[in-house]
Design a protein around this ligand. Sequence first.
Ligand code: SAH
Ligand code: SF4
Ligand code: F3S
Length: 453
Amino acid sequence: MAETPAPKKLFIKSYGCQMNVYDSERMADVLAPLGYVTTDQPDGADIVILNTCHIREKATEKVYSELGKIREMKEAMAQDGRGAMTIAVAGCVAQAEGAEIMRRQSAVDLVIGPQAYHQLPELIARTHRARGERLAADFAPEEKFDALAQTPRRPGGVTAFLTVQEGCDKFCTFCVVPYTRGGEWSRPVEDILTEARALAAQGVREVTLLGQNVNAYAGEHGLANLAGRLAEIPGLERIRYTTSHPRDMAEDLIAAHGEMSALMPYLHLPVQSGSDRILRAMNRGHSAKAYIDLVGRIRGARPDMALSSDFIVGFPGETEADFEATLELVRQVEYASAFTFKYSRRPGTPAATLAGQVDEAVKDERLARLNALLDNQQRAFNASKIGQTLPVLVERPGRHPGQVIGRSPYLQSVHFEAAESLIGQIVPVRIEAAAKMSLAGVLSNAAAVPEPA
Ligand code: SAH
Ligand code: SF4
Ligand code: F3S
């Protein structure tokens, strides 16, 4: 029988980290040549892909509740003769739970781990033919990236993610990532440059290099060298990278922040805790002092560096004094933004079976105190930009007519009145107001300000 004519509808929903956002884009890219066009509605879609996250229990549970809803849509479509929906589960839950997903939710047709996305067209075709081979969850990042390199990217805007490194060998005792993404693996420099050149040619002005431990990038001479090569590409004005591990913050990378104007002064450098006892139990491989010293060196190279971090409260055995040490570290570092989490027990990780699991109520209370402190720091950081003229990369139209939204070097969202024709340009904006999540300003008449260096 002949295939149904194009276009077929593809719905992809991403959970978890930016790596998943990148992977979702790439899945859409590999399916585009087969006639799949993305839709923002799961109902009526020919293929629904949930690109899942396993990091905390809540993240995993969200997937199963979403699958329940999608199953109803699939059944309604079949009943109304609106076609057969194929449901695929991708990402870290797929890797961690594998075929178990299909046992828990029989409407799922396909389970595909993070290193198998290049096989999607084939797997989907097979699923259509027979409901046989439905599980692809090996670790082979090289194959994945080699195969995906044949597929052009279609970036939608002036900023884009670019995966340069995957996986993790750090084995923090709370974390599932080493099990869901496998060991550390770096893409070859030339592949990354090729992808970046293609992005720049399509109007991308800012790339964010992605990796679970991006500063452990081991291609040729490391991340600083890679950033330097990327900065030479015409059109690529700004380079960011995330997420960095404190243990992998090499001196040449720190120095590069003082020398390379394309490297943006914003660094996500998760510390998790400020207590040495807890850091040791987490297997983080650094003390609170080592982290604070590192921050000092980074700010020595780049005094206006905005820092952000992840924090976990209520790790097993965390006492009030341990938590106080975290607050103290936060006071010393002064963050521009942060993500905070209550410790979540993940089956199979060493911390899950530790004694001294902390009460939920205590976690809630600590989370609230930590958030209050970090919120104040974020507001203060944003407010400190009032009166300054910042170079803003214009990204998209704003909510109101005549307004545009862009990003400051410090990753703050900035809205101001200007023509949409400025999208893709870096323009000087005088900051006049600041809230927790964004800045407001006016387009400056002054000649374009250079990126701060
Ligand atoms: N190095 C990776 C970490 C990914 S996980 C990266 O930075 O992208 C993102 C954050 O989730 C971690 O930094 C940690 O703060 C949090 N996290 C990981 N496992 C967790 C758990 N079991 N409970 C609560 N938070 C967790
Ligand atoms: Fe998880 Fe730690 Fe690896 Fe980050 S460094 S992915 S927190 S094991
Ligand atoms: Fe989640 Fe996997 Fe990313 S567990 S945070 S989607 S690496």
